[in-house]
Design a protein around this ligand. Structure first.
Ligand code: K1U
Ligand code: ZN
Length: 167
């Protein structure tokens, strides 16, 4: 396994649209394993392939308290979302130190493939629903700060530049 570099906002590569995975093979299983290691080390509760400059539709998530419930979503699609919305505070490993509220559907049903290439469906609510929508946005080249006001986005870009200079 390997620790991968996480791209930082406003890196242009975070806006690339990920391509579908054609075959779930050992290369994809290695990507999943490396992404999981990177997510746990960060630490975070989710990671999209886009964030590690791999532009394929792959997500890893573990929202458990025990950090032993890894879920891989390959080619995920939201097949149903609730009309009810919720405001939830979000963070992002690509925008370190920034947390803010985003409104999204409270519940979603997702269809995806697992590491064996088998198709499954899962009903998501709570943090899992928030996280999977956040990660699927990454696969579309969207970062959560884009839901915030342009004033906040400008401030965040400024903070990220300062952070980059300090490193
Ligand atoms: O996409 C990412 O960068 C991962 C992100 C996922 C996420 C968290 C919360 C709401 C929406 C999306 C993170 O994991 S940010 C870090 C974080 O939330 C966390 C870190 C350590 C322990 C618990 C949570
Ligand atoms: Zn993120």
């Amino acid at each position: 396994m390997a620790l991968l570099h996480i791209l930082t906002y406003p890196d242009k590569r975070l806006h690339k649209v990920a391509k579908p995975v054609e075959v779930v093979d050992d290369r994809i299983r290695k990507l999943v394993a490396d992404m999981a290691e990177t997510m746990y080390a960060a630490p975070g509760v989710g990671l999209a392939a886009t964030q590690v400059d791999a532009h394929e539709r792959v997500i890893v998530i573990d929202v458990s308290d025990t950090h032993d419930q890894l879920q891989a979503f390959i080619n995920p699609e939201i097949i149903w979302s609730s009309d009810e919305k919720q405001d939830h505070e979000e963070g992002c490993l690509s925008v370190p130190g920034i947390y803010d509220f985003v409104e999204r559907p409270e519940k979603v049903r997702v269809r995806a493939q697992n590491e064996k290439g088998e198709t499954f469906e899962i009903d998501c609510e709570g943090l899992l629903a928030v996280c999977i929508q956040h990660e699927m946005d990454h696969l579309m080249g969207r970062v959560f700060v884009e839901y915030l006001s342009s004033l906040k986005q400008t401030r965040i870009r400024g903070k990220m530049k300062k952070l980059e200079k300090a490193l």
